[in-house]
Design a protein around this ligand. Structure first.
Ligand code: FMN
Length: 205
């Protein structure tokens, strides 16, 4: 789909067709396209929990303020940001070493810079995790639309409850959830609301 159309036709779909599943291959294709999203130092400080079983959808429904789309959509993703994604443990550093032709000095400089920029305060850690995983989230919704799949992002959720019930680690943060599925066309979405445009939201300095 043309990019302009993708942007204009993506909606937060409130009603999903309960009879249409997303097969594993389609979900994989969506995620594998979305991970082309940029991230700081290409560290990709994120992971995704795919909530699919009836039991887990019920659990998430309760933790998402009982928003019906969690039960109607075949899958809901929990987008998890890694507040420690700059650390040595991240396998991306090893891949980076290979991609810069084994230049260890360059990679150790990048590691040091990342540790300072993204790990030197709790605020920086959280911004690092959430800004990068936020970009992934948008990429998932656009990639889904490219494959004809509708989405709905949610932050009206119990972040702490999801963190606990879905066994996230201390270094991880729940960024948002995204339901994925197919719009139930028998129900009416409210019309797309207008956006505030360039003149209203920019200050040129
Ligand atoms: C980060 C984020 C969190 C959101 N949380 C919710 C939510 O919890 N419940 C809901 O009904 N809509 C939620 N929305 C959907 C917005 O209301 C919707 O994106 C906005 O009204 C614009 O509509 P559109 O996405 O159809 O263009 C959320 C959107 C974003 C980006």
């Amino acid at each position: 789909m043309e990019t302009k159309i993708l942007f204009r036709e993506r909606r937060s779909v409130t009603f999903f067709n309960k009879d249409r599943d997303i097969n594993d291959q389609l979900l994989e294709e969506i995620i594998n396209l979305a991970v082309e999203a940029p991230s700081a130092f290409n560290l990709q400080p994120w992971r995704i929990i795919v909530v699919k079983t009836e039991e887990n959808r019920q659990k998430l429904f309760k933790l998402a303020n009982q928003q019906d789309k969690v039960l109607e959509a075949p899958v809901t993703l929990i987008i998890v940001g890694n507040k420690e994604g700059y650390s040595e443990k991240n396998p991306v550093w090893t891949e980076m070493l290979q991609s810069v032709g084994g230049d260890e000095q360059m990679v150790s400089g990048a590691k040091e810079a990342a540790a300072f920029l993204y790990g030197s305060s709790d605020e920086r850690k959280l911004k690092f995790a959430e800004s990068n995983a936020g970009l992934l989230s948008m990429a998932i919704m656009i990639a889904a639309k490219e494959f004809g799949v509708d989405s709905h992002p949610m932050s009206g959720i119990d972040f702490d409850g999801i963190h606990k019930e879905f066994d996230l680690t201390e270094g991880e943060s729940v960024v948002m959830t995204i339901s994925l599925g197919f719009y139930d066309e028998s129900r009416q979405l409210y019309p797309r609301r207008p956006r505030r445009l360039f003149k209203e939201i920019t200050t040129v300095v």
